[in-house]
Design a protein around this ligand. Structure first.
Ligand SMILES: Cc1ncc(COP(=O)(O)O)c(C=O)c1O
Length: 484
């Protein structure tokens, strides 16, 4: 290794790249090969030279009248929507801007409780109060499932002053909701529907090629087709633009674009990266020019994986029929006494890196850049693991039960008047003053004003002991507690 790279993150990045890892995590491009094999190697070679600012002819993200406007229009065509805004602050930025543009300051937002932290941050920025709709539960794993349209209707009936509804679909595990029915519920009541489709930027494209008969994965309908008003897609998570880029799609005339543009310029950097925006353009070009081949290959590889995986004894793959974006492969090898975290360790030993583990599940996030070779490596590793481990009695694991803490309905107390740092283990029954956010998935487990229960403490201890990052719990395992 060159001595210039002896410390810090560059050393980690270069060492990691040199080990030729197999990626089943974000970003979707999975490394430089995808650009090279699709004819965009020059962009990578000249990357530093593409790192410019708003010089003459380069357009302006917040005006978008020229070359950036052309790139945005490619997405408008790809997603068949009224307008697309390129995002350089991820789906997070698009979510915050969408909420601030549609819910008045001090107003109310109806939201699914399993929303990403960016939604909670928008509440803080806009002085907005939440009213929660709780997702259904996938019983076998204790994780959040679809949000039911009836619950959204009941949520609006109880909170007629809420201006909009937001939910993630797909959620982190790939579980979608019936967005078409939820859109009807919202629109009948004159409310705006915002869909955080961070994990489903590919759904519209897969749907497009499925119509031609080229793909048959039976994926849920995209939020664009289902009629949501604002949809934010992390094109970096499953498609081929660089990390932190995304697109915000406007899909109806229910949103005031002047308000939206005002909030976007407020949230995003005034020095937007041309490298990110260039990668958004490359991603759009690949979709427009080679979409059929690329999406068919991806879908075929996913279908191939499931059919081969079905022959590995003791391996289960999670399904939520009709609701699952199965490009996210949720593996369960608890039959061998391996929970998700233990399975992850074994895969890392084989050079395979995954996106998320939760209880008995391990989620492999496939993307546009995964090759058949990647899927074969994963299959071979799983076969090896199955052949070197003993099947055990399959009682539901402790982890499964603990996951249900996510779906608890929590009373929210008024807080204010300061906070103090207290040891997590001594906080049972106390009111949290901060947000406790396990990462991933980046969803607040406990929000400011919510009580810390014994099962929360047990669950957080379990995550911490497994080395998971938990935002809001400091290095001494202290959290912010409201002063009475
Ligand atoms: C459900 C969900 N929504 C939104 C986001 C934020 O997306 P981004 O990383 O593009 O800002 C994430 C990030 O992982 C997420 O999981």
């Amino acid at each position: 290794m060159n001595k210039d790279y002896r410390t810090g993150v560059t050393q980690f990045l270069l060492d990691h790249a040199a080990s030729n890892p197999v990626s089943f995590h974000m970003p979707g491009h999975k490394g430089s090969d995808f650009y090279r094999r699709n004819g965009y190697g020059l962009f990578l070679e000249r990357l530093m030279d593409c790192d410019i600012t708003e010089i003459q002819g380069a357009d302006n993200l917040f005006v978008c009248a020229d070359c950036l406007g052309e790139s945005a229009d490619k997405y408008k065509k790809i997603y068949d929507v009224c307008k697309t805004y390129l995002q350089i602050n991820g789906t997070s930025g698009g979510i915050i801007a969408s909420i601030l543009a549609t819910v008045p300051a001090g107003g109310k937002l109806l939201m699914s409780r399993n929303c990403h932290k960016s939604v909670y941050n928008a509440l803080k920025l806009g002085g907005i109060s939440p009213a929660y709709v709780y997702p259904t539960l996938v019983d076998s794993y204790g994780i959040s499932g679809p949000v039911s349209p009836e619950d959204v209707a009941a949520g609006f009936d109880a909170n007629p002053d809420a201006a909009a509804f937001i939910l993630p679909s797909p959620n982190y595990y790939g579980i979608c909701s019936d967005i078409k029915a939820i859109a009807e519920v919202c629109h009948e009541r004159g409310k705006v529907l915002i869909v955080d489709q961070a994990h489903g930027a590919h759904l519209k494209l897969m749907e497009h090629y499925a119509k031609d008969g080229a793909i048959n994965l039976n994926l849920p309908m995209s939020a664009e087709t289902a009629g949501a008003d604002l949809i934010i897609n992390s094109t970096h998570k499953t498609l081929a633009s660089f990390t932190q880029s995304a697109v915000l799609n406007v899909n109806s005339d229910r949103v005031d674009l002047i308000e939206l543009e005002d909030k976007l310029q407020m949230i995003e950097s005034s020095s937007p990266s041309y490298i990110l925006m260039g990668s958004l353009d490359v991603n759009a070009n690949i979709i427009l020019d080679k979409g059929e081949a690329v999406f068919t290959d991806w879908a075929n590889n996913v279908a191939y994986f499931y059919s081969e995986a079905a022959n590995i004894s003791g391996l289960k793959t999670m399904d939520v029929p009709g609701y699952l974006d199965c490009t996210k492969i949720n593996l369960d090898m608890s039959a061998y006494g391996l929970d998700g975290a233990a399975l992850e360790k074994l895969l890392i030993d084989e050079g395979i890196f995954v996106e998320l583990t939760t209880g008995n599940l391990l989620m492999c996030m496939t993307g546009i850049g995964n090759t058949r070779e990647d899927f074969d490596k994963l299959l071979n590793s799983l076969k090896r693991i199955a052949s070197t481990h003993q099947l055990v009695e399959s009682e539901p694991g402790e982890a499964d039960v603990l996951e249900t803490v996510w779906n608890k309905k929590r009373h929210v107390h008024q807080i204010g008047g300061g906070w103090s740092l207290e040891t997590l283990d001594e906080c049972e029954g106390k009111v949290c003053a901060g947000s406790i956010i396990p990462y991933p998935p980046g969803i607040p487990l406990i929000c400011p004003g919510e009580t810390v229960d014994l099962d929360d403490i047990e669950y957080l201890n379990q995550l911490i002991s497994k080395g998971r990052d938990v935002i809001g719990v400091d290095a001494n395992k202290k959290i912010r507690i409201n002063k009475k």
